[in-house]
Design a protein around this ligand. Sequence first.
Ligand code: SAM
Length: 286
Amino acid sequence: MSAIDGLPPLREVIRDHDLVAKKQLGQNFLLDLNLTSKIARAAGDLKGCDVLEVGPGPGGLTRGLLAEGARRVLAVEKDPRCLPALAEISAHYPDRLEVINGDAMEINALEYLTPPIKIAANLPYNVGTELLVRWLTPAIWPPVWTSLTLMFQREVAERIVAKVGDNHYGRLALLAQWRCDAKIVMSLPPEAFTPAPKVHSAVVHLTALPAPRFEADPKLLNQVIAAGFNQRRKMLRASLKSLAPNMEALIEEAGIRPTERAEQVTLEQFCALSQILKRERAAGRG
Ligand code: SAM
């Protein structure tokens, strides 16, 4: 029996349910319940919160979230082989765990939850970034969730928290930091997982800000950032040229030297540029 909840240890669960990891589902399981509880604690106080978990697998993090006091966990798992193991956890925590067997990319599970809502997951590598981008770009802000506590490959985690001038600075950092506080709260070696992946991992904690850090139109901001980083080695006067006829002057107006590259431009400057472009488009000049 495990100390955190009296349920069987995860190695036993995996053996009893024959959960041989499938690579195509990004299955690298966490079997140490002390570690999964620590990740659950990194999500902050869970009492009184609904939690969305994507990819519970055999339920290590799910058990951590429940043991740490989540009011209710809704877990979306694609692999039907995991359902019997998850049903045992549900039975142990009556009315607190619901499992949807399906693809998190196709189900908007957030609509089944009641605020305050937190999202916590050891994400499958193949869909992790795409899900993060979706959570960061809802139609209205603030979003329905208050925080995201997510495991990524270390390199992706560094892209989320990177600052201007860092190697990993780019679209993901700007998107995340425009409307969230983002920090790496835990680093994990490959051996923490079964089977061990090739790369190191890290847990990123993102807290939704009540309003974006700087005013900007989401669509235009995304366009400017995409154009700048799609050709990140080029000077901005070249990479952003197609956005407006007088782009070089607009770049200068935003306080940016047109000879700079996207990786040297701050979030505030990108936002300023997007607002200038908005004005130009409204005046029929963009
Ligand atoms: N949370 C478990 C843990 O920490 O041990 C498992 C994490 S494992 C990295 C990723 C999990 O996501 C697997 O259980 C896998 O079956 C599931 N998964 C993969 N793609 C998915 C998808 N599109 N929707 C929902 N679950 C998915």
